[in-house]
Design a protein around this ligand. Structure first.
Ligand code: SAM
Ligand code: SF4
Length: 343
């Protein structure tokens, strides 16, 4: 397969703008549905993973990502499942680096659970990656083992050490869980800020069937914020990433804290992103079932123009907003797990 030529005249014609005038400049690409952890809010204990034939090859992933870059996407985030579990993922990231070199792309970044970072930190920097997000909900080895169903915290901490030593800028993502890490949140923030890392708290989202009761685990970040404000000074920052995060500066720690509140706030008006699953399904909204099958388009022998048409048609149909809600006994808003869509 010939790599997509992001600099062709066809590719450079008008960027991606949806029916509500929102420009799509950010693509998240899930490269695998597999993971070495089984976080209780993300996966069920016995997940059935996809057969290899259903998952896009690295060449297909590269071609679709390249088409988006040609259409004006400036930021790519590689995610999963656990992206560093995908065989050959470094080759993909290195190849995508050509769009950084050409100036078409501003950033290639990654969201990872950190367990394999000790091995991958230096190659990532070599491939042009400058910042990554690491998901970590607790600093307590026992709770980490429980939340991830068997994970080893020391591997993640070693990964964080290696990533900082390699010069990567890190942001920690932590899911706020009422019964588990709620009391530890200030300590997590202090730890992250003490190491020069931003940290973002995430509300649980109703995606995919899992064993835990998300209603019982749901912790409103409005509540967390009120609690933090009883002993810290939080100053709102005007920073917007076009996503659901809102940022504050914590005066006492000198660090930055984000709140991702898909359930308490509506952030859809400024949404600049779309998501590609590892099977080539393009989701234009995290909280809706709308989807376009780009794998079918590719495997039917699509030309670059066909691929661009399919992407444009999907973006045209991007929904105005999501309708997440965590109501008691309500089914998940979307049936797919976060590990398939990519967080
Ligand atoms: N495995 C990588 C990791 O954990 O960073 C990347 C994929 S993971 C699906 C991306 C993010 O989604 C993680 O920060 C995780 O905590 C978050 N996540 C997974 N399921 C979630 C849910 N139901 N609600 C909110 N966040 C969720
Ligand atoms: Fe794996 Fe990330 Fe999901 Fe945890 S949140 S199970 S690390 S994909």
């Amino acid at each position: 397969m010939t790599p997509y030529d992001a600099s062709s005249p066809q590719a450079r014609s008008a960027g991606l703008v949806d029916a509500f005038g929102r420009r799509v400049t950010y693509l998240r690409v899930s490269v695998t549905d597999r993971c070495d952890l089984r976080c209780v809010y993300c996966m069920s204990e016995h997940m059935t993973f996809l057969p290899k034939a259903e998952v896009l090859t690295l060449e297909e992933l590269d071609r679709i990502a390249g088409a988006f870059v040609g259409l004006g996407v400036k930021k790519l985030r590689i995610t999963g499942g656990e992206p560093l579990m995908r065989k050959g993922v470094m080759g993909l990231i290195e190849n995508l680096g050509r769009h950084l070199t050409s100036g078409a792309l501003d950033e290639v970044t990654l969201t990872t659970n950190g367990t394999r970072l000790a091995e991958f930190a230096a190659p990532l920097v070599e491939a042009g990656v400058r910042r990554i997000n690491i998901s970590l909900d607790t600093l307590r080895p026992d709770l980490f083992r429980t939340l991830t169903r068997g994970g080893d915290l020391s591997k993640v901490l070693a990964g964080i050490d290696a990533a900082q030593a390699a010069g990567l800028k890190l942001k920690i993502n932590a899911v706020a869980l009422k019964g588990d890490n709620a009391a530890e949140i200030p300590e997590l923030i202090r730890w992250a800020h003490g190491r020069g890392m931003d940290i973002t708290l995430i509300e649980t989202m109703p995606m995919g069937e899992v064993e835990v009761d998300r209603t019982a685990e749901f912790l409103s970040l409005a509540e967390v914020r009120r609690d933090l404000e009883s002993f810290w000074t939080l100053e709102d920052l005007p920073l917007s990433t076009g996503g659901p995060a809102r940022y504050v500066a914590v005066k006492e720690t000198g660090g930055r804290l984000g709140f991702i509140t898909p359930l308490s706030h509506n952030f859809c008006e400024a949404c600049n992103r779309v998501r590609l699953t590892c099977t080539g399904t393009l989701h234009t909204c995290l909280g809706r079932e709308d989807a376009a099958d780009l794998r079918a388009v590719l495997r039917a022998g699509a030309s670059d123009a066909d691929l661009i048409d399919a992407i444009r048609a999907a973006v045209d149909a991007k929904p105005k907003g999501h309708d997440f809600q965590i109501a008691r006994a309500a089914p998940p808003a979307v049936a797919r797990h976060m590990s398939t869509t990519g967080g």
